[in-house]
Design a protein around this ligand. Sequence first.
Ligand code: PGA
Length: 249
Amino acid sequence: MTSRRPVVAANWKMNFLRADVHRWAEGLRAAGPRGHRAHMVVFPPSVLLETTARALRDLPVAWGGQDVHPEAKGAFTGDVAASQLADLGSTWTLCGHSERRRDHGETDVLVGRKAAAAREAGLRPLVCVGETREERRGEATFSVLTRQLEGVLAAGDGPFDLAYEPVWAIGTGETATVAMAQEAHAFLRSLLVTRLGGPRASEIRILYGGSATPDNAASLFAAPDIDGFLVGGASLDPVKFLGIVGVYG
Ligand code: PGA
């Protein structure tokens, strides 16, 4: 098990209306969300951030954006600035989720700039990396992870966490085995040690994401380099979300 304080994060993607957010918070409250070792974070759609802030205000849960623009402000229709997320009380943001890389053509350079903009506004970026099925089959997993991580490191120094999310495991019900996930996490950790030195590298959490459930989290959490989970589908149910939080005690 990790020696870092784990993070279990809910990625709600493009789901929920305001009433669902309140129901989710009620469900979490009823399930007893206090006293857990893992830190809880929720990533709602940006239009639901304020509702989320209100619904979760008495609960030990942080929240953040699912995406952020690399520029501080300006003529960028439809986008959200890091300062706007921070102004609402967000303390985190996702950067470079594979659905953004796939559907919005986000490059490693852009993702790095987003992480830098987030830090500038005082947000903690949770940067998503991971290979597609074809890349894994072509034995390109390590080179993809290297390229994606270099994009973040090239954009400057400062705190961030990583989520290793093999694209073939996202929303498919197919989870990486403990050995596969630990191998990728250990590889990312070794890159961080090489590039940033041991002390800095040991502060960076690497979460696992991709069809995480309370059942598979119960075995994945034991791997030494898995520092928590980024949860999509299962996070829509507060009881399942808390079930994953609970694997850390
Ligand atoms: P999933 O999504 O848990 O539904 O696979 C994870 C993610 O995309 O962050």
